[in-house]
Design a protein around this ligand. Sequence first.
Ligand code: ADP
Ligand code: CIR
Length: 392
Amino acid sequence: MYRRYLDQLNTQTTQLISEQQQLAQKTKMSAEPEYKKIPVDELWAKLSAASDCKSLLKKHLTLERYEALKDKKTSIGGDLGDCIQSGCMNLDSGVGIYACDPEGYDTFALVLDEVIKDYHKVDKVWHPAPCFGDMDNLDLGDLDPNNEMIVSTRVRVGRSHTGFPFPPAASKDQRKAMEKMTVEALNTLEGELKGKYFSLETMNKEEEKQLIADHFLFKNDDRFLREAGGYNFWPVGRGIYFSEDKKFLTWINEEDHLRFISMQMGGDLGAVYKRLVKALGKLSEKLKFAHNDKCGYVTFCPTNLGTTCRASVHIKVPKLAAAPSTKGNKSKLEDICAEYNLQPRGIHGEHTESVGGVYDISNKRRLGLSELDAIMEMKNGILEVMKAEKAL
Ligand code: ADP
Ligand code: CIR
């Protein structure tokens, strides 16, 4: 009986993959001139001349590796330039490299594997099977039951549709096709996940501004992502879905094809995580996400691979942020984040500043550990941050 069920599930999955691949082919058009490609030798000249560049790209793209990779192409034509243009044109990048398309993780493994190992702190680029934990018995609890420090909690994952390329190679029609199939899947959600889709192409500017200010919606002002082709054909194929209470959200065609998000005010990490896992279970029945043993869930940016999970809190830590580090020109907050594999960001997302001592602090590693481990790493680190702030 169970065997028959598994066989049926396999047939359904194979059918879904093949349907998505056919759709990607049908909507592939000749390259449209949105993405201004800079010749790879010009990019390399800029990067190799930059003596104060601290990116992982600069660290790992040696002359020898550059020579070995500069003429390689993936089967859909992705090249080294597509991967490194962002990091070469933005020498202040932290990472500086994206994958031109899913196959790029193999074609350009000579440099991408080194960046991945360095960022996720692993010895080998390999990812375990997904493991979200036993939802019936999992008790992550509320990190701040008395509402003293945590303003809000959010967990997000990224997903790519099998068969479709990443931004540098995605056509307008492919973006629209991905939008349509995602909205059809989202419209089958029920109960607390039931909601509505809002296209960026038709949304009024006031509403868009308010959704951004309230931390729900993405924007197109990240110069790192822009240079990687992330805003090609903006706002075509982009939009946001949210449940009636705005606690479950989906971003379509921002940096990744898909970002699934669960968030709410306060510190109840357990409730936020469980909601996301429930939505992922339902949506995986309708959509086929790109996944393999090397990368886990495949995403555009190598920092998001694996679990793709970023669990964050907006947390008030003014004392820790103001206290000097014992190790050089940093803060105590940065020390503690480094120690517990956490990443501090500003209040309006990556590459923004803190406001009023409130920081976005999340797990940093996503690959080489399970979803539950990534969440536990965040939980344990945040509890330490709270303890340290209270002690000052
Ligand atoms: P991502 O998390 O998707 O990688 P960003 O760092 O750009 O991307 O954050 C996206 C948005 O999510 C921003 O508006 C940011 O303020 C918001 N955000 C992140 N974490 C939280 C949180 N814990 N509570 C509320 N909003 C959050
Ligand atoms: C950079 O290289 O700084 C940008 N492309 C952002 C990299 C992703 N950020 C991260 O640390 N998770």
